[in-house]
Design a protein around this ligand. Sequence first.
Ligand SMILES: [Zn+2]
Length: 271
Amino acid sequence: MNRKRYLIFAALLAVNAHRAGAEITLSHGTYPEPKNSDRISKWEGSAVYRNVSIKTITPVYGENDFTHEFDLTLVSPRGTQWTEAQIDEHVLKLAKTYQQCKIKVRNIAVISADVPAFMLDMNDTGPGHFIINSAQVAYVSSMPEAWPKPVVFLTDGYAATWAYSVASAKRTSELRGRDYNYLANTAFISSEVNLDWYELNGKDKTYSALPHELAHIFNYMYVDKDGKEDTHSRDNFNNLMNRDTTKENDYLAPYMCDIFKASPLMRQTAR
Ligand SMILES: [Zn+2]
């Protein structure tokens, strides 16, 4: 078996193992499909997004006692290191993570497009400057209103991940003296999250950056006994949002679920 074949084989094994444990499978489809697809599929691209094609991923759950649900858009520009198997793996971890809160990931639109080369790699602004770069601005300002938020962009490059909640976009606007509020409810995840060095930071195998970044968008906040706030958890147990990367796994405590369910991006499921 050559190396490439072996990697695909290993990825399939990993995805299947996870499916069995979580009783969640993924159904793949193409637009046009449900509801807001009409508006999406009529949009043919822009100077930034060319040759747009849209697929769907729908998690199929073994249980169905959800109280809340959300839709998600993943933008996967052609030419990055991301593979479809890796996207599936993160989506399965996402579904499994939020299932703990009785929150269902309803439908995911996966947008493929050709984009200008500078937008593929977030290295252009250098280490430590992942926040607000020209690529992020181009991605978000050129996307159509119809793409359901949150919208997560799958890129390459250093610094791995970043999310803009409504609050952090507002804070960034104030700090920079420019209006960056349009970045709200978007996140960027580099393919580096799939590399060994990222996992070797001590994160548990159940952890994924996708549910973590979405938790920021769903307004996660840790408040200590003195009322001091932190965007990451300082709890002494392992969880999705722990500030200590060696204490990061997929666990969501009940107080976290309450925060997420209060997000305007969350809908109550029909009963
Ligand atoms: Zn974080």
